[in-house]
Design a protein around this ligand. Structure first.
Ligand code: PEP
Ligand code: MG
Length: 567
């Protein structure tokens, strides 16, 4: 069977399907007769031994790649060995005649609730660990397959899910994932961004796929064309093995450009930067020496998979650490971009019919000034540790820019009054993601020190098409002349005023369109790590005068099809 989805991350995978469906386990309260209670205790002990063996295996695997992840599993082993919990479960079985599963679930739940109510955020996080251990134990008891933690996936897995939310992917073991397929999402959804940053091929937006596939099914994923083939024929396998080899050859060729200076054949130096989320993510490390800085630091990673807001101190530490990683190279911190498809338990956003048109990003920060001020205080304080630039997402009017700048001034004045060390002289810029501010680019350029084009949202808002909705995928045309003409106008407006203009949406990491952007005058590109080598290869093979001619021709096109033909 062949499915068409969105080609969200390049590459070809031939692997076995693993379905990541609903993980909840039903619990029944059964009464155990007195004569059977000892046997029930034995079952409970056997479950502990089994769960511990699983955890030891996961721990050993993680310890080789990622010590932080390994620590999570060491903590789970410690919880499993807790004497007090063990005794309480045994008493519930022996004295009250509860079945082992109910005893495990209720006692762990009780402790999880106690931890969830604690003041200390670290203690509160333990409640999730307790729930994880409880679930693993129950599954061991019932001989049910362990819940998929996304850490202990089988080798060469083609992960099929409805969607992958950040909290689920924290422990994703990318070395075992050959490909990702989801029912929802598209080129610019967060699963796509994650897949590209891990370099995992992905096809997203295949509605109903979980209902059609089962664990262990053979499949081919073509992340270049956006195709998924289940139960492939020998002929299809042979064809895609060839395609896989060809892709690897191209990757090897491009990889040779990674350490090179991104200079066009006629000597134009283009700045190549990284888009990052969690700066401590080890996937970024190999790329750090080969980029000019960070073009987009998505600060919302700090807020996404948690129940309480990050404190000023926590943010200060993380921003400072990131700045130190990059030394004198610029790091563009994007202030909080929550709303739209990015939800978090720590910020309650009222129910909205059109979240992408609702209380999102800068608007949300204006509505919740405490959250905004905390982030800005942490940022201006951290700025003393490196070359920080601050960027506001979703500015949609000149008033928005002025208001955001007023917040900065206010926060800096406050820090000065308090005598706290900070740096006031930080470049302030905006993301250009809405047509309204793109059209006002000349006035916006007067107000800011720089801008970065968020082409993912700019395309969504220009063409009025939901970037997450697979049904309208054909309407999401990122090479559409309307989008490209807006980009051209922004580049001209900012360059004419000597202000830096960059791009950090997915177009910035797309080697097909990069020549056009450079031809328009773009000098700063920012992208996910997996795109760095291919973009550098495109730059090094480019003549900027020819690129200019190409851009002029592209700007005359009337349809996306014509643009694609030219490319
Ligand atoms: C964009 O909109 O292009 C962008 C980079 O922001 P995000 O994808 O995080 O919305
Ligand atoms: Mg955006």
């Amino acid at each position: 069977m062949k499915y068409q989805g969105c080609a969200a991350s390049r590459g070809v995978a031939i692997a076995k399907i693993f379905c990541y469906g609903d993980q909840t386990l039903p619990v029944e309260e059964k009464h155990i007769d007195e004569v059977l209670r000892r046997a029930e205790i034995d079952c409970y002990h056997a479950a502990i031994a089994k769960a511990e063996a699983q955890l030891q295996e996961v721990y050993a695997h993680c310890a080789k790649h990622d010590e932080d992840k390994a620590k999570i599993f060491q903590a789970h082993i410690d919880i499993l060995q807790d004497i007090q919990v063990r005794e309480e479960i045994e008493n519930a079985i022996l004295d009250e005649g509860k079945c082992a599963q109910w005893a495990i679930a209720s006692i762990y739940d009780m402790y999880a609730a106690v931890f969830a109510d604690m003041e200390d955020p670290l203690m509160r996080e333990r409640s999730i660990d307790l729930k994880d251990v409880s679930d693993r134990l129950q599954r061991a008891l019932l001989n049910a397959p362990p819940a998929v933690s996304l850490t202990d996936l089988p080798e060469n897995t083609l992960l099929v899910a409805h969607d992958l939310i950040p909290s689920q992917t924290v422990t994703l073991d990318s070395s075992r994932v050959a490909g990702i397929v989801t029912e929802v999402g598209g080129m610019t959804s967060h699963t796509a961004i994650l897949a590209r940053s891990f370099g995992i091929p992905a096809v997203l937006g295949v509605p109903g796929i979980l209902g059609d596939v089962s664990d262990g099914m053979d499949a081919i994923l073509d992340g270049i064309e956006g195709i998924l083939i289940t139960k492939p024929t020998a002929e299809q396998l042979a064809h895609y093995r060839e395609k896989q080899d060809e892709f690897k050859r191209i990757q090897d060729y491009e990889r040779a450009f990674l350490p090179m200076q991104p200079v066009t054949r006629d000597g134009k130096r283009i700045s190549v930067n990284l888009n990052i989320g969690d700066p401590d993510d080890t996937h970024y490390r190999p790329f750090l020496p080969y980029v000019d800085g960070v073009g987009l630091f998505r600060s919302e990673f700090l807020y996404l998979s948690r129940k309480e807001l990050p404190s000023e101190e926590e943010q200060y530490e993380i921003y400072s650490r990131t700045l130190r990683y990059f030394g004198s190279r610029p790091v563009i911190l994007r202030t909080l971009d929550i709303g739209g498809d990015k939800k978090t338990d720590c910020i309650a956003i009222p129910q909205e019919d059109n979240p992408f048109l609702g209380l999102r990003a800068l608007r949300l920060c204006f509505a919740m000034p405490g959250i905004f001020r905390t982030q800005l205080r942490a940022a201006f304080r951290a700025a003393v540790n490196g070359n920080l630039w601050i960027m506001f997402p979703m500015a949609s009017s000149i008033e928005d820019i002025r208001k955001a700048k007023a917040f900065c001034k206010d926060v800096c004045d406050e820090l000065a009054r308090e005598g706290v060390p900070f740096k006031r002289d930080v470049p302030i810029g905006i993301m250009i993601e809405t047509p309204s501010i793109a059209v006002m680019a000349e006035e916006a350029a007067e107000e800011c020190d720089f801008c970065s084009i968020g082409s993912n949202d700019l395309c969504q808002y220009t063409l009025a098409v939901d970037r997450m909705n697979p049904i309208v995928r054909p309407y999401y045309m990122s090479y559409h002349p309307s989008v490209l003409r807006l980009i051209d106008g922004i580049i001209k407006a900012f360059s004419a005023r000597g202000k830096t203009v960059g791009i950090c949406g997915e177009l910035g990491g797309d080697p097909k369109i990069v020549p056009v952007l450079i031809g328009m005058g773009m000098e700063k590109l920012s992208m996910s790590p997996s795109a760095v080598a291919s973009v550098k290869s495109a730059i090094c093979n480019l003549d900027s005068r020819k690129a200019q001619q190409l851009a002029e021709n592209v700007l005359k096109c009337t349809t996306e099809k014509e643009v694609k033909l030219l490319l």
